[in-house]
Write a protein that binds this ligand. Structure first.
Ligand code: 6R9
Length: 677
């Protein structure tokens, strides 16, 4: 591939933050395009045209490649995305009976791929690894599925999975899917309190965890966190009868793990005793597959609910096209299954395609900054999918950590989680990919289930920093603040018109919140919460969240969640949290904190405020900066003016704007004076 400078004849309007960088096109090589699933913009345009003109026909044809116990009924989909016409509702392939675990495993085995590796597992410590073929994976899934059935878990029951990136994590997800149970994976970096909150919300029949995990040189005692969470949930009247615990012996052995007799069961003591075959529970396409909690603008995390059929068809298809996946590829996504990326593009998308999938337990910079490329060479990885924050942190360590490895197996790179700044894009492209691997910068969300705006490698030129064009069937629109759809080159709020198969169907137990959060701001559309520019070539440039959600290292954190953690500290009376630009994390967390009368600021207090956030949410949500605030800028009606706080946090004092409408304009001067204390 070559990068050509088009800045003279193609001056593209850049997204906020990228304004000083020149935009170049990166043209796919002829050899790459020739072999790609979608080899040209013209071919894409034909397929895209069909997908939006006849979504039912387009998706039915693809869905027919999967196994359905019973074919879906007509119409193929129904939806109402317009709140003015009544309840929001989306259905795809209703009446069809299928099972996603069967389609991931049995279907691929029946097609002759039983001996192909499904999972290549790489442990945290060098030299620890393991593999599972499709046949072996199915056997492990069935044993767990049988065990779960034996303790009374059945169709529609929730199961909480709090596991690190062991093979047992995708095994547990697939076992739930096999018996129609609804998994809810909680990222193993969440605190006991966050885990308890999720347990109380979805009331699982069982919690699945492990003794502990090593990440880098650190051991994290997961079972202790679960014990604490189960005590907290019992205090909220949700008692869990079974805590199935995998002994992760390299981190912590059985004898050292705290135990509650009668409730806690060792995975290794029970699961291997069960048969290696297990009948499939055929479920309706619209039966729930999983719940995944994500952060929103208000305090309580939202249980995003995905159903089976549409999610299956869409994740498989996006995986195939956006990565130009071919059966001989070896694929590695660095995301954790605790986030949506791990659901759709570690577990389901790759396995539905019969791919060989690397699952990595450890930290990507352990024992040193070359670990990723060591893994790439070890397994001859051809598709490598990661987050901009990792790219930026490795970029800082210097090229030699990359160039001392061959990486010649790589052919496609991917990025997700936040906008990738052009300089990180170029480093990823030139240094990691040796200038030959297209980068799929995939824009999507927990709510969307799969890729929405993404390059198709080989089909069209890329522009560093742009997610480029919509995937099949996706109709993005950019609206102004009044909800008026903008045409051509423009800048505004990103919405989506019409549904796509893997759209989330509701927020668990709170359909009203689903409707107000996503479908009320701009009636007739799904509102993504993201700002976006479209350039004159029709390319989309995501500019970040426009709501009160911060994106830290690709993890979504609600400002309200951090604020409520801070104010739970006995010495904090008020807190306002904003995101600020951060070199590695993309955004950092900046907290303005007002203390109780008579309490004075101290380093010790700063640490204890950070600790309270770690305890209530998890380490990844810890504020980067605490700014002591004698008062907060508020309107006369008491609303905190975050706009002003963002400017103070980013030291853009000449952009403070009009402060005269504040109830007390002097607080702004006080805050500026304290900015460097
Ligand atoms: C998949 C995932 C969703 C939010 C989303 C947006 C940001 C994700 C992006 C991106 C620009 C990309 N985001 N991918 N922004 N370019 N390629 O990350 O889901 O955790 O729900 O976050 O992440 O702001 O709204 P989720």
């Amino acid at each position: 591939m070559k990068e050509i400078n088009c800045s003279n004849n193609n001056n593209i309007v850049l997204g906020e933050g990228f304004a000083s960088e020149e935009v170049n096109f990166v043209i796919p090589s002829h050899e790459f395009s020739k072999q790609a699933h979608v080899s040209s913009l013209q071919k894409y345009a034909e397929m895209y045209g069909k997908s939006v003109e006849d979504p039912a026909g387009f998706w039915s044809e693809i869905a027919s490649e999967f196994y359905w116990k019973q074919k879906w009924g007509q119409p193929v989909y129904t939806h109402n995305l317009d709140i003015r016409n009544g309840k929001i509702n989306i259905q795809w392939f209703k009446g069809g009976k299928t099972n996603i675990c069967y389609n991931c495993l049995d279907r691929n085995i029946n097609a002759g791929n039983g001996d192909k590796f499904a999972i290549l597992w790489e442990g945290n410590d060098l030299g620890r690894d393991a593999t599972l073929t499709y046949t072996q994976l199915l056997a492990r899934v069935c044993q767990l599925a049988n065990y779960l059935k034996s303790i009374g878990v059945g169709k529609g029951d929730a199961v909480i999975i709090y596991l690190p990136m062991l093979m047992e994590l995708p095994i547990a997800m697939l076992a739930c899917a096999r018996i129609g149970a609804v998994h809810s994976v909680v990222f193993a970096g969440f605190s006991a309190e966050s885990l308890a909150q999720r347990i109380v919300d979805c009331k699982p029949k069982v919690v699945i965890t492990c003794s502990a995990v090593k990440r880098g040189a650190k051991t994290i005692f997961l079972k202790d966190i679960v014990d604490d969470a189960l005590t907290q949930s019992a205090q909220n009247s949700v008692k869990i009868d079974v805590c199935l615990t995998f002994e992760n012996e390299s981190a912590l052995q059985k004898q050292m793990t705290k135990w509650v007799e009668g409730r806690d069961i060792w995975w290794q003591d029970v699961v291997p005793k069960y048969p290696v075959t297990c009948d499939v529970e055929w479920v309706d396409a619209e039966d729930p597959l999983f719940l995944l909690y994500t952060s929103g603008s208000t305090g309580k995390p939202k249980g995003v609910l995905h159903t089976t059929g549409g999610y299956m068809v869409y994740t498989a298809t996006t995986f195939k096209y956006a990565f130009d996946y071919k059966p001989k590829d070896i694929y590695w996504c660095t995301a954790d299954c605790g986030w949506i990326t791990g659901h759709s593009y570690v577990t389901y998308g790759p396995l539905l395609n019969g791919a060989t999938n690397v699952v990595f337990e450890g930290a990507p910079n352990y024992p040193d900054a070359g670990r990723c490329w060591d893994i790439v060479d070890k397994y001859k990885i051809s598709i490598f999918y990661t987050a901009p924050t990792l790219v930026r942190s490795l970029m800082r360590e210097g090229d030699e950590h990359v160039t001392r490895y061959s990486r010649k197996s790589l052919r496609v790179l991917g990025s997700v989680g936040e906008p990738i700044n052009p300089s990180a894009w170029r480093w990823f492209f030139n240094v990691v990919g040796d200038g030959k691997c297209p980068i799929s910068d995939t824009w999507w969300q927990t709510e969307t289930g799969g890729f929405m705006i993404t390059p198709m490698p080989g089909a069209w030129p890329q522009k560093p920093g742009s997610a480029t064009l919509p995937f099949f069937g996706v109709q993005p629109v950019i609206v102004d603040e009044k909800g008026v759809e903008l045409e051509g080159e423009c800048s505004g709020y990103l919405c989506v018109k019409n549904s796509w198969p893997s759209a989330f169907r509701t927020l668990y137990g709170d359909h009203e919140r689903y409707e107000t959060t996503y479908f009320s701001a701009f009636p007739g559309y799904y509102f993504t919460g993201d700002g976006c520019n479209r350039d004159k070539d029709g390319y989309y440039w995501l500019t970040g969240r426009v709501d009160d959600v911060i994106n830290v290292s690709g993890h979504r954190i609600g400002t309200a969640e951090v604020e409520s953690a801070l104010v739970s500290h006995p010495q904090c009376v008020e807190a306002a949290v904003v995101g600020v630009e951060h070199d590695v994390k993309g955004q950092g967390i900046y907290a303005f904190v007002t203390l109780a009368e008579g309490v004075s600021y101290s380093e010790e207090l700063r640490k204890s405020l950070i600790k309270v956030v770690r305890d209530k949410i998890g380490g990844f949500a810890a504020p980067d900066k605490i700014h002591w605030a004698p008062g907060l800028p508020k309107t006369r009606s008491g609303k905190i003016m975050r706009r002003i706080l963002r400017k103070i946090a980013s030291n853009s004092l000449d952009e403070l704007g009009d402060t005269s409408t504040l109830a007390d304009p002097t607080v702004v001067d006080q805050l500026i004076a304290l900015a460097h204390s």
